[in-house]
Design a protein around this ligand. Structure first.
Ligand SMILES: NC(=O)c1ccc[n+]([C@@H]2O[C@H](COP(=O)([O-])OP(=O)(O)OC[C@H]3O[C@@H](n4cnc5c(N)ncnc54)[C@H](OP(=O)(O)O)[C@@H]3O)[C@@H](O)[C@H]2O)c1
Length: 344
């Protein structure tokens, strides 16, 4: 099997693709044949050594994947084939960890997804809703969980609220637009080109702002009649200050990340004015500390995906051997929407 290996922290071009023997499937584990692995900004940060967690070298990057179970460990129960009289939650509660060869699953694993196969604890995979492709499933977990966590746990968006989404045509941005729309908010997508904003409109954004050409603060105030209720910011840099100033009374700036590479200082006087708040969002840390609560959150998200209320985007595919190009394109803002590595 192939795996993408990071031997030294640095640029994505230094990654190697190697052939490896498959490890045995141990007790409590399942083997997943990876058909698609999500390419996320955080994967690039790991490779460059810019993420707050620095794994020992060498490591296989890739934080999320979707595929098919090909082997179950000796003590991993199989699922009863007749579950017709059980609700979906009962099936999982009764059978976890219980998998059958051939089950379609996705998983968030932190590291290791850029490979033909992975071994994971049987408690980790989640069944893929029937209406999702492997590519959609491999790229929705982190972004939708984070967006849902942001808008329903770290703050509570209300129907009719104006939600401004920075980096709106990126992975997190598109998921946030989708979740905010579903929760009844009015959305303003902020991105750096007409092509990116077209995608945001296709994905249901109510208004768009090209912040490479328009003054963000004035335009948002104009569109919202005085100021937005919520800004979701995975970008950072100078845009954060403009977005903070675009918030109305009681407005909340949700700080998610710094894709611009620049961690901004927040002007405390602008927080004081209009009784604004600045709230940090770290879904990954919360999910690790609160696995049961995260599972409940994922159930809420997946219920909405299954019903068609949330619509994860179909990603652009790159071959596994082109992992470096995929990460480079992401870092240089050439990816519009989501990207994944495919192994077929
Ligand atoms: N806090 C959490 O729980 C959490 C969870 C997941 C991800 N994150 C973080 O959120 C950030 C965004 O993740 P993502 O998956 O949405 O990334 P992405 O798909 O690459 O999107 C990032 C967006 O940032 C904008 N951007 C502005 N300056 C940029 C630059 N110099 N380089 C690259 N992009 C730039 C781009 O849009 P424009 O060109 O339109 O500006 C791009 O679409 C990352 O820092 C990631 O680590 C945080």
């Amino acid at each position: 099997m192939r795996a993408v290996v990071c031997r030294t922290l640095g640029e994505p071009e230094e990654l190697d693709v190697v052939e490896r023997d498959s490890a045995p499937c141990g007790p409590g584990q399942v083997r997943i044949r990876v058909w698609a692995a999500g390419v996320n900004y955080v994967d690039a940060l790991f490779v460059q050594g810019r993420y707050q967690i620095k794994p020992p070298l060498p490591f296989v990057p890739g934080s999320e994947l979707a595929g098919e179970i090909t082997e179950v460990g000796a003590d991993v129960g199989g699922r009863s084939s007749d579950t017709s009289d059980l609700a979906a939650d009962d099936v999982m509660d009764a059978a976890t960890p219980g998998w059958q060869v051939g089950d379609r699953v996705f998983a968030s694993i932190g590291l290791g997804a850029f490979a033909d196969e992975v071994l994971v604890p049987a408690s980790v995979p989640v069944p893929i809703p029937a209406n999702l492709s492997y590519g959609q499933a491999a790229t929705m977990g982190q972004s939708y969980a984070t967006a849902w966590f942001t808008l329903t746990r770290r703050t509570a968006v209300q129907p009719g609220d104006w939600v401004v989404v920075l980096g709106a045509a990126g992975g997190l941005g598109l998921a946030t637009l989708d979740v905010a729309r579903f929760l009844g908010a009015n959305t303003i997508a902020v991105a750096s080109s007409a092509e990116r904003l077209r995608l945001c409109i296709e994905r249901g954004a109510h208004q768009v702002v090209d912040y490479s050409a328009e003054d963000l603060k004035s335009r948002v105030r104009e569109l919202t009649g005085g100021g937005a209720q919520i800004v979701v910011d995975p970008v950072g840099g100078p845009t954060t200050d403009a977005a903070l100033r675009a918030l109305g009374n009681g407005g909340r700036l949700m700080v998610l990340g710094f894709a611009s590479g620049d961690i901004p200082d927040v002007a405390a006087n602008q927080v004081l004015l209009r009784n604004r708040s600045v709230l940090g969002v770290d879904w990954g840390a919360w999910a690790m500390a609160e696995p049961e609560a995260n599972r409940a959150l994922m159930d809420e998200v997946l219920g909405c995906v299954e019903s068609g209320d949330l619509r994860p985007v179909e990603p652009t595919g790159y071959a596994l051997n082109d992992a470096s190009s995929a990460l480079r394109d992401l870092l240089e803002r050439r990816v519009v929407g989501k990207a994944c590595l495919t192994t077929g």
